[in-house]
Ligand binder design. Structure first.
Ligand SMILES: *[C@@H]1O[C@H](CO)[C@@H](O)[C@H](O)[C@H]1NC(C)=O
Ligand SMILES: *[C@@H]1O[C@H](CO)[C@@H](O)[C@H](O)[C@H]1NC(C)=O
Ligand SMILES: *[C@@H]1O[C@H](CO)[C@@H](O)[C@H](O)[C@H]1NC(C)=O
Ligand SMILES: *[C@@H]1O[C@H](CO)[C@@H](O)[C@H](O)[C@H]1NC(C)=O
Ligand SMILES: *[C@@H]1O[C@H](CO)[C@@H](O)[C@H](O)[C@H]1NC(C)=O
Ligand SMILES: *[C@@H]1O[C@H](CO)[C@@H](O)[C@H](O)[C@H]1NC(C)=O
Length: 527
C-alpha cells in the first residue's frame, strides 16, 4: 500500500511538471507582494483533484506565498498523539450539511470594463483568465449595474427620452454596455468552464421617473411610474438576453437606504412602504411575467442593518413574500451588525437564500491610500468576511469592481476604492493584490453545488495552565469546510497569528497534519 502510494506521488509529480503552474511575478510593497501580469506573462493556478487518501494544500501568506502547493496522504486516525500536541485540531463532519453554494465572483461596472479595455489585448485576456478560467479563480457569478453607478465616468439611464415615455419605446443599452460591460461579461463566460450567472441591480431610473423633494433633497421614484420602472427592469433583462447574457437574479434597487446616510447623486431613496408597494404591485408580477424566465428577485441589496426593514418587515405580507426568492446583502459596516441577523433569517425563512452581492476595501474615509498596493491587512478583511458569511449560510460572495486604475477609479462621484486587480494602462500591466488571492482561496475550490459541512475545533480537555492555553490560543483561527459535488472535502483555514501553527485535521476515520504559515490563508482539498 505504502509503495503504491509512493508510486502515485511520483506519477503525480510527473504530471505536475507537465502542467506546472506559472508562479507569481512578485513586486514587493511595504507589507507583502503584488503579482505583476503583462502582455506576455501572468501567474496561473490549477486545481488538482486529489486521489483517494491524498490531500493537496494551497497556501497564500503575508510572507509572499501565492497558492503555493504541497501534497500529502491521510492516515488512519490513531489517537496516539494527544490533542494538545497541535495548535489546532479540527474535526470535519461531512454528515452534518448546511447551505448549497451558488458561486463567487465580482462586478463588471463601467469602470471595470474601461480599465480592462485600456490594456493591450493579450493582457486583457490574462486578466479575464485570471478571474474566470481554470488557470485562475474560476469565478462563476458576475454582478452588473443596470445603468450607470458611482463606478462610471458619467451618470446615465436608459430611455431618458422621450420624457414620460411610460411604454419605454426608446429603451436601448448605453455605449458603456455595448463597449465595455457586455464584452467583458462575454469574455468571462467564454473563459469559464461553468455557466456564469449574472445578477443585477438598478441604480438610476430615467430622470422623468424621479421626484425630488424640495426640503430634504431626497429623490424618489414617482409612484405613477412604478409600472414603467418595473417594465424597465424586465426590458434590461431582455436586452442583455439578446446579447446572450441571461440575468440570474435582480434586486429592486441598489442600496435603497443609502441616501439617508450620505448624498449620492443619482440614487433614489426607498422607504419600507414604498418598496413594499413596488414589489407587490409592480416588480413582482412584472418579473414573474417577463419573457426572460426564472429571474430571481432579491430583497434588500443593502447593508445588514437594512435586513429588518427591507426584508423582515416587508415580507410580513405573504403577497410580497411569494415574490422574494432570496436576500442580497452588502458587507459595508458589517462590524456594526452581528451576523445573528443572517442566522435568524435562514432559520425563519429556510427556502430563501442569502447572497452577498457587494464588498470592497478602501471605502472608509480613513482608508488612505485608497489603492493600497500589497496590503495583507486588506486581504484579511476579505478572508474574515467571507469566512463569517459562509458560516452564516450565504450561498455566494460577490466582490465589487473586478478591476480599477491606480487611483481607484474612474468614478464620476470621486468615490475611489481598492480592487483585487489594479490596472496600470501606461505600463501595459496589471497588479494582482493580496485580496485577489484571498478571493481565490474560496472561489476556486468551492464549486457551485458544494455543501457546507460541520467543522469544529477540538479544545483540549486536559487541564492546562494559562501559558499553555495562550500558546494554544484558538481565537487565531477561523475555518469553514465543504463537500464538493465530486465528493472531495475542502477546508479553508485563516491563521492570523504571527507564527507558524500546526493543525491536525480529522475526517471520519482519517487524519492528517498541516502546517499553517504565519498570517496565511490555507485551502486543503482531501479525498
Ligand atoms: C512581462 O513580465 C515578465 C515576467 O515578470 C517579464 O519577464 C517580461 O519582461 C515582461 N514583459 C514586458 C513587455 O514588460
Ligand atoms: C482528542 O479529542 C477527541 C475528541 O474530543 C477525543 O475523542 C480523544 O479521545 C482525544 N484524544 C486524546 C489522546 O486525548
Ligand atoms: C432616444 O434616445 C436617444 C438617446 O439614447 C436620443 O438621442 C433620442 O432623441 C431619443 N429618441 C426620442 C424619440 O426621444
Ligand atoms: C411629464 O409628466 C409630468 C407629470 O407626471 C408633467 O408635469 C410634465 O409636464 C410631463 N412632461 C412632458 C414633457 O410631457
Ligand atoms: C434596470 O433598472 C430599471 C430602473 O432603473 C429597473 O426598473 C429595472 O428593473 C432594471 N433591470 C434589471 C434587470 O435589474
Ligand atoms: C404578461 O405578459 C403578456 C405579454 O407580454 C401580457 O399580455 C399580459 O398582460 C401580462 N400579464 C400580466 C399579469 O402582467
Amino acid at each position: 500500500m505504502k509503495h503504491f502510494r509512493k508510486l502515485k506521488i511520483l506519477l503525480s509529480l510527473f504530471v505536475l511538471s507537465v502542467h506546472a503552474d506559472l508562479p507569481c511575478a512578485p513586486r514587493q510593497y511595504e507589507e507583502t507582494v503584488v503579482c505583476v501580469c503583462n502582455t506576455t506573462y501572468c501567474d496561473t493556478v490549477t486545481r488538482e483533484i486529489p486521489d483517494d487518501g491524498n490531500y493537496i494544500v494551497y497556501t497564500s501568506s503575508k510572507s509572499g506565498k501565492r497558492f503555493s502547493k504541497s501534497y500529502g496522504f491521510t492516515q488512519e486516525q490513531s489517537y496516539t498523539s494527544d490533542n494538545e500536541s497541535f495548535d489546532l485540531v479540527l474535526d470535519v463532519q461531512p454528515e452534518k450539511m448546511y447551505q448549497t453554494i451558488e458561486g463567487f465572483g465580482g462586478a463588471v461596472t463601467d469602470s471595470a470594463g474601461i480599465n480592462w479595455k485600456s490594456l493591450p489585448p493579450a493582457a486583457q485576456q490574462h486578466l479575464i483568465d485570471s478571474y474566470c478560467s481554470e488557470d485562475g479563480l474560476e469565478y462563476s457569478m458576475i454582478r452588473v449595474p443596470n445603468t450607470s453607478s458611482d463606478f462610471s465616468t458619467r451618470p446615465y439611464a436608459y430611455n431618458e427620452y422621450p420624457i414620460n415615455d411610460t411604454k419605454l419605446t426608446n429603451f436601448t443599452l448605453a455605449p458603456e454596455d455595448v463597449l465595455y460591460k457586455v464584452p467583458m461579461i462575454h469574455a468571462c463566460m467564454k473563459a469559464a468552464k461553468v455557466d456564469v450567472e449574472v445578477v443585477t441591480a438598478s441604480w438610476a431610473p430615467p430622470t422623468w421617473m424621479v421626484i425630488k423633494e424640495q426640503n430634504s433633497g431626497f429623490q424618489y421614484v414617482n409612484e405613477d411610474y412604478y409600472q414603467a420602472y418595473a417594465d424597465y427592469q424586465c426590458k434590461f433583462a431582455e436586452l442583455y438576453n439578446q446579447q446572450g447574457i441571461k440575468i440570474w437574479g435582480l434586486s429592486a434597487a441598489n442600496e435603497p437606504l443609502l441616501p439617508f446616510l450620505l448624498e449620492v447623486k443619482g440614487t433614489q431613496i426607498w422607504t419600507k412602504n414604498k418598496m413594499a408597494k413596488f414589489l407587490k404591485n409592480n416588480l413582482g408580477p412584472t418579473i414573474r411575467n417577463c419573457s426572460v424566465q426564472d429571474i430571481r428577485i432579491m430583497a434588500a441589496d443593502d447593508q445588514r442593518y437594512t435586513l429588518v426593514p427591507f426584508f423582515e418587515s416587508i415580507v410580513e405580507d405573504d403577497e410580497i413574500l411569494k415574490y422574494i426568492d432570496g436576500i442580497a446583502v452588502h458587507y459595508y459596516f458589517d462590524e456594526s451588525t452581528p451576523p445573528a441577523i443572517l442566522a435568524r433569517i435562514s432559520k425563519n425563512y429556510p427556502d430563501k437564500f442569502i447572497l452577498s452581492t457587494e464588498a470592497c476595501v478602501g471605502f472608509k474615509l480613513t482608508d488612505i491610500p485608497k489603492v493600497d498596493l500589497g496590503s495583507w491587512k486588506r486581504a484579511k478583511v476579505y478572508i474574515k468576511d467571507i469566512l463569517e458569511n459562509l458560516n452564516y449560510n450565504i450561498i455566494g460572495w460577490i466582490d465589487w469592481n473586478m478591476c480599477l486604475n491606480k487611483e481607484g477609479g474612474p468614478t464620476w462621484l470621486k468615490n475611489y476604492v481598492d480592487s483585487p486587480i489594479i490596472v496600470d494602462a501606461q505600463n501595459e500591466e496589471f497588479l494582482k493584490q493580496p485580496t485577489f488571492y484571498a478571493m481565490g482561496h474560496f472561489s476556486k475550490f468551492i464549486p457551485r453545488g458544494s455543501r457546507r459541512i460541520e467543522v469544529s475545533k477540538i479544545i483540549p480537555t486536559e487541564e492546562l495552565d494559562v501559558q499553555e492555553l495562550q500558546a494554544l490560543d484558538q481565537s487565531y483561527y477561523d475555518s469553514v469546510a465543504f463537500l464538493t459535488p465530486t465528493d472531495t472535502i475542502v477546508v479553508v483555514i485563516h491563521n492570523e497569528a504571527a507564527n507558524t501553527k500546526s493543525a491536525n485535521i480529522r475526517v471520519g476515520q482519517q487524519e492528517f497534519f498541516v502546517k499553517l504559515d504565519a498570517e496565511s490563508v490555507t485551502t486543503i482539498e482531501v479525498a
